[in-house]
Design a binder for this molecule. Sequence first.
Ligand code: NAD
Ligand code: UD1
Length: 333
Amino acid sequence: MKIFITGGAGYIGSHTCVELLNAGYEVVVYDNLSNSSPQALQRVEKITGKSVQFIQGDIRDETVTTEAIQGCDGVIHFAGLKAVGESVAKPLDYYENNVYGTLCLLRAMQSNNIKTIVFSSSATVYGDPEYLPFDEIHPLRTTNPYGQTKLVIEEILRDLYKSDTSWKIMILRYFNPVGAHESGLIGEDPQGLPNNLMPFVAQVAIGRRESLNVFGDDYDTHDGTGVRDYIHVMDLASGHLKALEALTFPQCTAINLGSGIGYSVLDLVNAFIKATDKPIPFIITPRREGDIAEFYADPTLAKNLLGWSAQRNLDQMCRDTWNFQSQNPQGYV
Ligand code: NAD
Ligand code: UD1
């Protein structure tokens, strides 16, 4: 089986390539490298001892994509822009890249009669919780353009399935991906100031940042700091493999990929200190606008439909993050 992986040079894509290659799939990575380095793919080859076919291209270019995708059996679609704050400042870029790009990809698939797709959605489609944990039937609404692009793409996929019920579509709603491959060869390498907690903590530990700002300690949570459902990126990668394996019959299904456990900012900081023996100086600052107190997944559907559940705990997430960060102090250079 040959799988076309859009955004396969990125953080989650590169880890998923490892998982697929180890399971015997062939992969074709299609990426414009706008937020990634080709080095990640060289390292995927090093980890697996297998070769990765790489095509540098943009999903918004339907003609090139239609040609590149020829001969593939299915698609995992990671390509997209993902920074919430940037999406508020540049909504048109987000709609163009994520929504228009996905339309072009789906047309390229149609032209080649490829009807199997696993799509990277996000827990952000649930918005403020009406109840917790989030299950897949929780109402959907988002509060920013990034989230809106995910929601619109989900709706496009549902409409596409309604129009042609031979499609095999799996929508995966990720919670908070962190960690790195255990080799420390690949991991998350954000450009500029990290938006997300774990990469920021890792950069404080390596000395690239002086201290962590903890955004608020007055939430209604066990220690006042925000609670999230962190999931190891290799668990996420194995979720994609399970999703592909489950697409043996036509469907359009949305599934949460989370651990089901919520940890606070301070839980994560303390786990990181324990796992790495590195001090993490922090200061409490006001809440970040748009943040919610807590969210975590109900992962039951993933267990029932995919036979998947998260295996790696918070200590392992911290250890593997540090392993990548300490071996690659400046990221991929
Ligand atoms: P990433 O930025 O590391 O990877 C995305 C990849 O897509 C990059 O390699 C980038 O160069 C490529 N890309 C972007 N636009 C493209 C285009 N028009 N054509 C071709 N390639 C393009 O991000 P990631 O963390 O690996 O996320 C992968 C997917 O998962 C994204 O769709 C993201 O929205 C989604 N997601 C991520 C998170 C997270 O916290 N990392 C959480 C929920 C959902
Ligand atoms: C962010 C995205 C969300 C995306 C999710 C998973 C925003 C507003 N939301 O959410 O769309 O789906 O990542 O990747 O960007 N924190 C600090 N200090 C920091 C960074 C974060 O205290 O420097 C806190 C936050 O307030 C939050 C927790 O750490 O309580 C996690 O933050 P983050 O990693 O940014 O993830 P989310 O807020 O869940």
